[in-house]
Design a protein around this ligand. Structure first.
Ligand SMILES: Cc1cc2nc3c(=O)[nH]c(=O)nc-3n(C[C@H](O)[C@H](O)[C@H](O)COP(=O)(O)OP(=O)(O)OC[C@H]3O[C@@H](n4cnc5c(N)ncnc54)[C@H](O)[C@@H]3O)c2cc1C
Length: 251
């Protein structure tokens, strides 16, 4: 990789908040203008750095939710009740504010629109964010059919609900299955519960189709789902995972 490219990714840039959008009662999308943004691939993330007036500084990683498009990026942040950074990003940061970030980061958990094989996405909670970038990166010419299995606490916690409904109804080859862990909508065909082997067998691409699998969410969720996929016969080399952090706040 060219040295200039690496240095570009490690350089902190000052973005400006162009808009904010509440996705759920606890999650917010932050739209950022990032002058000189080098571009990203669906699935990559950025590091965000906050610095207090006394010089104390801390940083966290956030996946890019938007498809690659010019100098504009979208992040979606789920606020953790005791969190140091996420409550600030979701409740305090406002339009016009500066935000320091660097990236794009990550070369493995990425999807390229020219890849022809079927894609199996499995999201736990806010793990839907980088998978949404992949869904958004599909273009008219994309051959790969997508399936998303989205494990989420309850119907109110679903990110991008309307957009996902639109994308799954427009004939572009996206199929979405929700797995509610705590409370399902009235009349839902399955009782609330975690993703298990039966649900995967029923809703995911069969291993024989050799799909590219992307699993993202809290660490415990990702490890469980990756193990289930391997046990079902999926090639471990085709399973790409991204862990967002501790098992707490599991979907
Ligand atoms: C590559 C990568 C991409 C990520 N992308 C996103 C994203 O797109 N959207 C998003 O909302 N978050 C994302 N995260 C998680 C994010 O980096 C922070 O960990 C999260 O926002 C919590 O930070 P905090 O400062 O609010 O909480 P902290 O002050 O760090 O932690 C507060 C409490 O929450 C627990 N905790 C920390 N992280 C998590 C977590 N992820 N899940 C459950 N409990 C946790 C801690 O153990 C602690 O008890 C990503 C993480 C990684 C590694």
């Amino acid at each position: 990789m060219a040295r200039a490219t690496v240095l570009g990714r490690l350089t902190w840039r000052v973005a400006t908040v162009a808009a904010v959008r509440d996705e759920t009662p606890t999650a917010r999308t932050i739209v950022l203008d990032v002058p000189g943004w080098p571009g990203h691939l669906a699935g990559q993330h950025v590091d965000v750095r906050l610095t207090a007036p006394d010089g104390y500084s801390t940083q966290r990683s956030y996946s890019v939710a938007s498809a690659p498009r010019g100098d504009r990026l979208e992040l979606t942040v789920e606020s953790l009740p005791d969190g140091e950074v996420s409550p600030y990003l979701t409740r305090v940061l406002s339009v016009g504010d500066p935000l320091e970030l660097r990236g794009p980061i990550g070369g493995w958990f990425v999807w390229r629109p020219e890849a022809p094989e079927p894609v199996q996405l499995v999201a736990g909670g806010s793990g839907a964010v980088p998978l949404m970038a992949m869904i958004r990166a599909r273009t008219a010419g994309t051959a790969a059919p997508f399936r998303l299995l989205y494990s989420v606490r309850d119907p109110e916690a679903v990110l991008y609900r309307d957009e996902l409904r639109g994308a799954s109804e427009d004939g572009s080859g996206l199929d979405v299955t929700y797995a509610y862990t705590r409370r399902a909508p009235e009349g839902w065909p399955r009782p609330p519960g975690r993703v298990d082997a039966g649900l995967l067998a029923e809703t995911a691409w069969a291993p024989e189709l050799a799909p590219a699998c992307y699993v993202c969410g809290p660490t415990g969720f990702v490890e469980t789902v990756a193990d289930l996929l391997v046990a079902a016969g999926h090639d471990p080399a085709r399973i790409r995972t991204e862990r967002f952090g501790p098992g707490g706040g599991r979907p």
